[in-house]
Design a protein around this ligand. Sequence first.
Ligand code: IMP
Ligand code: MG
Length: 174
Amino acid sequence: MSNIEIMIPKEELFKRIKELGKQISEDYQGKTVKLICVLKGGIYFLTELSMNIDEDVPVELDFMAVSSYGNEQVSSGIVKIIKDLDEPIEGQDIIIIEDIIDSGNTLSYLINILWDRKPNSIEVCTLLDKPSRRVVDVEVKYCGFQVPDVFVLGFGLDVEQKYRNLPYIGKMVD
Ligand code: IMP
Ligand code: MG
């Protein structure tokens, strides 16, 4: 059995995600918002968040898969697009949905790529943020929780592709 210590239980995650959904609903009144989920880590957050956005703010979804070249745990800032968006984003209001921001490399690269496609706006919504690890500055409008510099898992976050399905944020303990 792996020893996993729960850091943020499911109830707390869902409560905070509900608040984020409410905030987005208020900020996007009168607009349609497109949530761009960064696969695979963002999917659990995306589904819960999107169901907490009011029906008077129409939500569109699209997905992107990226991987950073080189060592998996220290991202290089050079991002390879594994799966691109299905639709153009020109003129649209975009929120990028991320599981966690660590160095900020992946996200800043992604934001640059997406601005080239001429959306009306781009904001970032991340479930977790590790601000102490930041290398590149990225503006994060919506953030669920700040976490310390430990490797976390669950609710979309993986350790070598495993444990994404855990309904809480945890960490490995020996
Ligand atoms: P960044 O480019 O350094 O900000 O890395 C972001 C990506 O690294 C995230 O989207 C995650 O996939 C992965 N990552 C960073 N920290 C963790 C962690 O603690 N657990 C699991 N994945 C992580
Ligand atoms: Mg990831």
